[in-house]
Design a protein around this ligand. Structure first.
Ligand code: HSE
Length: 427
């Protein structure tokens, strides 16, 4: 039976989950995959982590050189997180001809060209299923499940932390700060939650997924990004009364006009399949020209779900002779003739405070009309805590992002309305 030696760099949540799966399922892998996956070493300086997992002392490597010089190590699993040290260690491993499996989306997103070049030069594999949407096999689906299709859209809820926070605000009526504190208490959100709540994590994932889906390099810097830190309970409640649920949505589209990639909060109708993706769960839609819509749903984070993706990559690497690389031109920059669209189309939700007096609605709709924005739904109520003022909540027909930006600036400038919130509505 083929024996494959594995070394794990970092025994945090994901590395620990990988260690557990490899040790607890070794016999299952021998029986079902005909491969003997043996942990040769771990690189982890925190003795509490190695002890908690019962790692034998002789398997704890002292430095990266020990790992990459070990002829018994075939696959190096990078679960360090961060970019600097991880990049250096991954390059060391690839340059030594070791196949690398990583869960590091920021590293892969920013340096895939450099890592892939090193992998090709040394005939090593480079696998990254765990970098996007944890245990959900979206990368394998794009590479091996729907590769016969031209993909026009990839859309989903691809960050569990923000989905948990928005679900808490929706279901329990929590405000943003309390929901974030609860996410931190449960270990979903980091002490510094910026990567999740500002949408960076989702933007990195969308950059990787849309590069694979559209066969062209989509740098993360091209992803329009807006986080959830300004979301108020009022918006969630108003959306609810109009039949919508708020999600941090990632959307990638490719058409003859170019590529559009964006991460932002968006209302989805309560009967949309993404509306029922609650808590820290994730879901991704892929739309192909032959297959139509495919939806994958599952846990986008956590020790065992993400460990599942890593071990699946190790098995794939161990049981396939040929190495496989990007299906797009993986240079430092995108292809020269690729157009990235910034003025996308969407429907919009606006919450405004206006004077509660005759003629205001007429003036408002006439300003919107100048920007070719048409109202679908409208609610008016007395503004909370402001005498003589009214709150208007409206949803528009599909229009251009730029038109809405300009109309909002005009409304604020004329003093006719104070625009409190602008959110997109996914139709
Ligand atoms: N922090 C991510 C999330 C998981 O909340 O979905 C790792 O990408």
């Amino acid at each position: 039976m083929k024996k494959v030696g594995v070394s794990i760099l970092g025994l945090g949540t994901v590395g620990g989950g990988t260690y557990r799966i490899l040790t607890e399922h070794a016999e299952f892998f021998r029986r079902t995959q005909e491969v003997d996956l043996v942990i040769e070493s771990v690189l982890e300086q925190d003795g509490r982590k190695t002890e908690a997992l019962g790692v034998p002392a002789e398997k704890v490597a002292q430095n990266i050189a020990e790992v990459v010089l070990d002829p018994d190590v075939n696959v190096v699993v990078e679960c360090l997180g961060g970019v600097n040290e991880a990049r250096e260690y991954v390059l060391d491993a690839l340059n030594a001809g070791k196949t690398v499996v990583t869960s590091n989306k920021e590293l892969f997103c920013k340096f895939s060209h450099e890592l892939e070049r090193a992998a090709k030069r040394h005939n090593a594999g480079l696998f990254f299923e765990a970098s996007c949407v944890g245990g959900v096999p979206i990368i394998r689906t794009l590479l091996d499940g729907v590769q016969s299709n031209e993909i026009s859209r990839i859309m989903g809820v691809i960050n569990g932390t923000t989905n948990f926070i928005l679900s808490e605000m929706t279901e329990k009526g929590s405000n943003y700060a309390d929901a974030l504190a609860r996410a931190q208490q449960l270990g979903y959100a980091e002490a510094d939650p910026a990567a999740d709540v500002e949408g960076f994590d989702a933007a990195y994932k969308l950059s990787i997924l849309s590069s694979l889906a559209f066969h062209t390099k989509v740098p993360y810097t091209k992803v329009f990004r807006e986080g959830i830190t300004n979301i108020s309970r009022e918006d969630i409640e108003d959306g609810d009364s109009l039949g919508y649920v708020l999600k941090l949505l990632a959307v990638g589209k490719r058409s003859s006009a170019g590529v559009e990639v964006r991460v932002h909060p968006a209302f989805v109708r309560k009967d949309h399949p993404l509306a029922s993706v609650g808590g820290n769960y994730n879901a991704v839609f892929v739309t192909g020209d032959s297959v139509g819509d495919v939806m994958l749903y599952g846990q986008g984070a956590g020790a065992l779900p993400t460990g599942s993706a890593i071990v699946s990559d190790i098995i794939f690497a161990s049981t396939h002779g040929e190495m496989r690389y990007s299906t797009f031109k993986n240079g430092a920059a995108p292809e020269k003739d690729m157009k990235f669209l910034s003025d996308f189309r969407s429907a919009y939700y606006l919450r405004l405070t206006v004077d509660d007096e005759p003629g205001v609605l007429a003036k408002l709709s006439s300003i919107l009309a100048k920007y070719n924005i048409s109202i679908v739904e409208l609610i008016q109520r007395t503004a909370k805590g402001e005498a003589g003022k009214a709150t208007l909540v409206l949803v528009t027909h599909e229009t251009h992002e730029l038109a809405v930006k300009n109309a909002v600036a005009k409304l604020n400038a004329t003093g006719l309305a104070r625009v409190e919130s602008v959110l997109r509505v996914a139709l």
